[in-house]
Write a protein that binds this ligand. Structure first.
Ligand code: NOS
Ligand code: ZN
Length: 353
């Protein structure tokens, strides 16, 4: 089960940030083209290393600081469309067959783009990059949790839903910015019969997960790793779940887990001790994701290869995780089913008994 072999099976990605997945060479070229002068270096290799080094700090707040440069070069429709096109190309080359890629439109308006223009440019890029490949891409629009534009961004998500936006999210520094600050935005999405996920239980614990689910009614959790704080495991390996952990497992709340990113932001101490091991064993609705391919230096295939190495996962585990992700996608039911039966299951034929 090499990384190259994993690249060839169909995979599904639910949690990937557009502004966390740029090619270093593109950042340098866009900085030049758009007059952005604040890059730490214009040497492509050194820049890639700088992003990974800056991200692996054990602090979400410091991890997020590196985004000022990627967002800094994504301030024109051409730049956003190019990054989105390359994102789709890179995911297709990695064997991803369905992806939901997220970005925060409010971060891309510094040079006068409107929120709608940002979304339009990203969707154009996704379409161009996925054309002729086996990849289907949809967008999630994110509101920044420390800002106050979430209702406006929720309205934007609904306005663009026929064109490829399938959901809404909040991201950014979690501590001090609880999900209930944005309750009106989540209620707006619900009244419009839309879908949303919330970054919760990454840098802050159970109260954040509880609010995301029981006050805001999130369809999925971004990360959700701290749900393990509500699970006790005795020396024989028997697990006892608290009420919230029971709820998350019982109603099959999808967990968008991003193992490497969690180690880099300090949400998990190491891959070996990452909660995904326990949560997968207890049959939570676990999915595997990249979060930020640039900052964490990963692809979806490399992330699976890491899990194979660390937890001894086999093809049946990868297929289970992939089917979990497809079931949890914000795509209409008939399209999810078609991808599972016509693309994912046949793609694992001969590998899984
Ligand atoms: O792991 C994460 N936790 C919280 N916020 C994040 C994470 N990764 C990226 N972003 C934030 O989401 C914005 C829109 O894509 C990024 O600009 C970054 O600030
Ligand atoms: Zn994220």
């Amino acid at each position: 089960m090499t990384e190259a072999a994993i690249r060839r099976v169909p995979k599904v990605l639910l949690h990937d940030h557009l502004d966390g997945g740029l090619r270093p060479a593109t950042i340098v070229e866009l900085a030049d083209a758009t007059g952005y002068t604040r890059l730490p270096t214009t040497d492509v290799d050194k820049l890639g290393t700088w992003f990974r080094g800056g991200a692996h700090t054990g602090s979400l707040v410091r991890y997020l600081e590196t985004f000022s440069h990627t967002v800094g070069v994504m301030q024109t429709p051409e730049a956003v469309a190019r990054v989105a096109r390359e994102c789709a190309e890179d995911l297709a080359a990695d064997g991803v067959v369905y992806a939901e890629v997220r970005f925060a439109p409010e971060l891309h308006v510094e040079q006068g783009m409107s929120l709608d223009e940002v979304v339009e440019a990203a969707l154009d890029g996704f379409r161009a990059g996925s054309a002729g490949t086996g990849l289907h891409v949809r967008a999630l629009v994110t509101a920044m949790r420390h800002q106050a534009r979430s209702l406006e961004i929720a309205e934007l998500a609904v306005r663009w839903r026929e064109a490829g936006v399938v959901g809404f999210d909040i991201a950014g520094a979690e501590a001090g910015n609880p999900p209930t600050r944005h309750l009106d935005a989540f209620q707006y999405i619900q009244r419009a019969n839309g879908h949303f996920t919330i970054h919760a239980g990454e840098a802050f614990g159970l109260p954040s997960i509880w609010e995301a689910l029981q006050w805001c009614n999130a369809d999925r959790l971004g990360h959700g790793v701290r749900i393990v704080d509500d699970i006790t495991v005795d020396p024989d390996g028997n697990a006892t779940l608290g009420d919230l952990a029971d709820y998350v497992r019982d109603v099959r709340v999808p967990l968008e887990m991003c193992p490497s990113s969690n180690v880099h932001t300090g949400a998990a101490p190491s891959i070996e001790r990452h909660p995904i091991g326990l949560l997968r064993r207890l049959h939570f609705r676990v999915t595997v994701n990249t979060d930020n391919r640039l900052m964490s230096g990963v692809t979806l295939s490399s992330e699976f290869a890491t899990l194979v190495e660390t937890f001894g996962y086999g093809w049946s585990d990868i297929r289970w995780l992939t089917v979990n992700a497809m079931k949890s996608a914000f795509l209409p039911f008939d399209q999810r089913l078609a991808l599972i039966n016509e693309v994912i299951k046949p793609g694992f034929e001969g590998l899984v008994p």
